[in-house]
Design a protein around this ligand. Structure first.
Ligand SMILES: Nc1ncnc2c1ncn2[C@@H]1O[C@H](COP(=O)(O)OP(=O)(O)OP(=O)(O)O)[C@@H](O)[C@H]1O
Ligand SMILES: [Mg+2]
Length: 251
C-alpha cells in the first residue's frame, strides 16, 4: 500500500447468478479524502459500497483498509443508507445512541456523545420526537448523527440525499462537507447527481455498466474552497463529468 492510503480496492470483481456485475475495479483513497461514485442505475455502485463496508464479499480481488483485507463489517466504518434505517419506536435521541448502546458504552458517555452529535447536526430540539414526526431532511440528519456518534474513521453513504428537495439537499451537502473536512473523515458517497458528486468528492469515479467498471477517476482539487458551488471550477468539473457520462451512454 502507498503511504497515506486508507482504502484500497484491488482487482475486485463480483458476480450475481453467474453474471459479472463488477469487473476488475481498482482505486485507492487517502485518509481524510472523500470519493464520489457516479454511474448509471444498475452499474454496481451499491454492491461496491457494500463490499467496501464488509457487508458483501467479492468473488475476486479484495478491499484493504489500512492494508488489511476487509472480511466483515468493522466498528470504525459507518454506513448511511437511502432509507435512513431509523427505528420507528425509538426517539431521535435513542436512535442516535443505538450503536453506542450495542457496544456497551455506559450511560454518562452515551449521553455526552449523543448530545454532541445532535448539536452538530442541529437537531437537539428534536431529541424526544419519533421518526414518524420528522421531515425527510430531519430524518436524514438523525441518520447522519447516528453514524457519526461513535466517531468512525470511514463514512460510507448510498444516495443519502436523493429523496430530498433541492434546498434541503444542498443544506445537508454543506453540513456533511463541513463535518467531513473538520473531522478529516474518509468518505465514500454514491450518488446519481453530478452536482452532488462534484460538490462532495475530492475524487470522482465515473462507472459504466454491464459489467460495472471504473470508466474514469477525476481529481477534484478545488472542491474544498468555501465558495465552490458558485465557482467556475464547479461548473467546469460538472460539465466534464456530464461529457464523460454522455459519451459512455453513446458507446
Ligand atoms: N442480491 C442480488 N442478487 C442478484 N442480483 C443482484 C443482487 N444485488 C444486485 N443485483 C444486480 O446487480 C446489479 C448491480 O446492482 P446495484 O444495486 O449494485 O446497482 P446500483 O448501481 O447501485 O443501481 P442504482 O443506481 O439503481 O441503485 C444490478 O443489475 C442488480 O440487479
Ligand atoms: Mg444503488
Amino acid at each position: 500500500m502507498v503511504s497515506g492510503e486508507i482504502i484500497k480496492v484491488h482487482s475486485l470483481s463480483k458476480k450475481f447468478s453467474g453474471i459479472n456485475v463488477l469487473e476488475n475495479i481498482n482505486f485507492a483513497i487517502k485518509k481524510g479524502e472523500s470519493l464520489s461514485i457516479i454511474g448509471p442505475s444498475g452499474c454496481g455502485k451499491t454492491t461496491l459500497l457494500y463490499i467496501i463496508g464488509g457487508l458483501l464479499r467479492p468473488d475476486a480481488g479484495q478491499v484493504l483498509i489500512h492494508g488489511r483485507e476487509v472480511k466483515g463489517a468493522k466498528d470504525d466504518v459507518a454506513f448511511i443508507l437511502q432509507d435512513y434505517g431509523l427505528l420507528p419506536w425509538k426517539t431521535v435521541r435513542e436512535n442516535v445512541e443505538l450503536g453506542l448502546k450495542i457496544k456497551g458504552v455506559e450511560k454518562t458517555t452515551r449521553d455526552a456523545l449523543s448530545l454532541r452529535a445532535l448539536q452538530e447536526l442541529n437537531i437537539e430540539k428534536l431529541s424526544l420526537r419519533f421518526p414518524s414526526n420528522l421531515s425527510g431532511g430531519e430524518k436524514q440528519r438523525v441518520a447522519i448523527a447516528r453514524a457519526l456518534v461513535s466517531s468512525p474513521e470511514i463514512l460510507l453513504m448510498d444516495e443519502p440525499f436523493s429523496s430530498l428537495d433541492t434546498l434541503t439537499r444542498e443544506k445537508l451537502q454543506n453540513t456533511i462537507k463541513t463535518i467531513q473536512i473538520e473531522k478529516k473523515l474518509t468518505m465514500v458517497i454514491v450518488t446519481h447527481s453530478i452536482e452532488e458528486g462534484v460538490f462532495l468528492g475530492d475524487k470522482i469515479i465515473i462507472m459504466n455498466s454491464h459489467p460495472g467498471r471504473v470508466e474514469v477517476m477525476i481529481e477534484n482539487k478545488n472542491r474544498r474552497s468555501l465558495d465552490f458551488r458558485g465557482s467556475q471550477h464547479f461548473y467546469k468539473i460538472c460539465n466534464k463529468v456530464r461529457g464523460i457520462i454522455e459519451k459512455g451512454e453513446r458507446e
